[in-house]
Write a protein that binds this ligand. Structure first.
Ligand SMILES: Cc1ncc(C[n+]2csc(CCOP(=O)(O)OP(=O)(O)O)c2C)c(N)n1
Length: 294
């Protein structure tokens, strides 16, 4: 049972009807600036907590930034808005990335990020949708998010709502059989309102995927399961934007975007370094990292 308290949004004049749909017009420079701020938060938060998962948070920064600042329809002051697009973080250990993004969008105060992983904080090490505004699914046990996202996509169709569902998975997470059950069912039910994004950084908890459990030929596997498959440089916001736009036009099948990324991206000594999968930077490393991210 969680000992943490739910964060209540402050009462503002912006009730559900009035709250703004998040600006979809962010310029390339604004997106790059947001991505850098989010990286800085990830480093600072995990450093302060002394634990957490910086590597797999840093690798997916551009993916999540592009979604929240450009592609998704959402209202930070009304997290339960029924027509919002849904983002499901299946790789729940990348919680620092999601919290930093939610804070930069205005769901939660930036000042709360430093409470990551503390008792009573609403920012726990793995996501808990009962205490953090904007978090759609409690995650941490890998393998479940695509099934959850499929259910949300099917519910949208049943309810005649036109929201879209985006699920972010890790490549190591794709070792889980449940991912492929969900993949098979998503294609069977022709859920063209569902997009899976795989943060294909090549590593998992014990090192390189190719040594732990080879996933290749990875794109062919998704195609064989009936998915439209797009590969992009996962650190290129223009490529990601293009892929998300392309996915919107695809009818009758779900889309997977295999985003080729670098674990620990943006901090030289964390890049491709499995030591930073589940270990925080120390104070000196935080300082060095923030210097690189100026
Ligand atoms: C069901 C389950 N098994 C094992 C773990 C422990 N675990 C946490 S992160 C991780 C590696 C995941 O690799 P990947 O999905 O590639 O994440 P990334 O490298 O992007 O951080 C593992 C095995 C878990 N959280 N859930």
């Amino acid at each position: 049972m969680s000992s943490s308290k739910e964060y209540k949004l402050p009462q503002t004049s912006a009730d559900s009807a009035e709250a703004e749909v998040f600006s979809l017009s962010a310029s390339p420079a604004a997106l790059a600036a947001a991505a850098k701020k989010i990286r800085r938060h990830i480093v600072t938060m995990t450093g302060k907590a002394g634990s957490g998962h910086p590597g797999g948070s840093l690798s997916a920064v551009e993916i999540v930034t592009t979604l929240y600042f450009k592609m998704m329809r959402h209202k930070p002051h009304d997290p339960q808005w029924p027509d919002r697009d849904r983002f499901i973080l299946s790789k729940g250990h990348a919680a620092p990335l999601l919290y930093a993004t939610l804070a930069e969008c205005g769901y939660i105060p930036v000042s709360e990020l430093c409470t990551l992983r503390q008792l009573d904080s609403f920012l726990q090490g793995h996501t808990d949708c009962t205490i953090t505004p904007g978090v759609e699914m409690s995650a941490g046990a890998l393998g479940q998010g695509l099934s959850f996202a499929l259910g949300v996509a099917l519910a949208g169709r049943l309810n005649k709502q036109d929201y879209r569902v985006y699920a972010l998975l890790g490549d190591g997470e794709c070792d889980e059989g449940q991912v492929w059950e969900a993949a098979m069912a998503s294609a069977h039910f022709k859920t063209d309102n569902l997009v899976a994004i795989v943060d294909n950084n090549g590593q998992q908890i014990d090192g390189w995927n190719r040594d732990v459990m080879n996933l290749e030929p990875f794109p062919d596997k998704w195609r064989a399961f009936g998915w439209r498959t797009i590969e992009v440089d996962g650190h290129s916001i223009p490529q990601l934007t293009q892929a998300f736009k392309q996915a919107k036009k695809i009818k009758g099948q779900p889309t997977v975007i295999i985003a080729h990324t670098v674990k620990g991206k943006g901090v030289s000594f964390m890049e491709n370094n499995p030591d930073f999968h589940g270990a925080a930077p120390n104070d000196i490393e935080v300082g060095l990292a923030l210097k690189e991210l100026e």
